[in-house]
Design a protein around this ligand. Structure first.
Ligand SMILES: CC(C)(COP(=O)(O)OP(=O)(O)OC[C@H]1O[C@@H](n2cnc3c(N)ncnc32)[C@H](O)[C@@H]1OP(=O)(O)O)[C@@H](O)C(=O)NCCC(=O)NCCS
Length: 151
């Protein structure tokens, strides 16, 4: 496993994050939404993973009462299966602990087998199905894990 540098995102990371979104999702997050968050407009926390100053992945964590909400995680295709997402999740595990959260939850596309395998490896289990959660009508699966994660 290569060790990535982890750091909080800054507004100057916008271009990199938009590129990651386009490379990773058929329906990427809107640039304006990411920009507003990076410029302090939101409450969620953005963490980036880099190799030699190249941002190769990022994750977004929010908080909802006693639960941490994994809102996004993505790694550029050419950097996958090197433990990058695992490192981001390890950092989120620590942050969620500091926020006094007891569990973490997330929504994932029912068809996203790779992400579901990734989450299963961390101890996330099926909680419920949300019909038509995504803009294109696909259902989301709500997954949840007790903290600490199985890292
Ligand atoms: C899901 C994603 C973030 C995983 O990133 P990654 O850096 O490749 O993941 P890691 O290398 O840290 O994988 C950790 C473990 O997850 C599981 N895993 C990851 N990718 C997998 C795959 N393609 N098939 C099966 N299991 C997989 C494995 O258990 C893996 O451990 P191993 O490599 O020792 O077997 C990445 O595939 C991605 O960006 N996908 C597109 C965006 C996306 O769908 N995000 C989730 C939105 S809900």
């Amino acid at each position: 496993m290569q060790i990535a540098d982890l750091d909080f995102c800054v507004p100057e990371d916008l271009k990199s994050l938009v590129e990651i979104e386009k490379a990773c999702f058929a329906v990427p997050w809107e640039e304006d939404l990411i920009s507003a968050d990076l410029n302090g407009g939101g409450t969620s926390l953005y963490l980036k993973a880099s190799f030699k100053d190249v941002v190769v992945g990022y994750g977004v964590l929010g908080q909802n009462d006693e639960s941490a909400h994994l809102m996004n995680i993505a790694v550029l295709p050419e950097y996958r299966r090197h433990g990058v997402a695992l490192q981001i999740m390890a950092a989120f595990d620590i942050l969620a602990h500091e926020w006094l959260c007891r569990r973490m939850y997330l929504e994932v596309r029912a068809s996203n087998a790779v992400a579901r395998a990734f989450y299963a490896s961390l101890g996330f289990v099926y909680s419920s199905r949300v019909k038509g959660y995504y803009n294109d009508g696909e259902d989301a699966l709500l997954l949840a894990a007790r903290l600490p994660l199985k890292l």
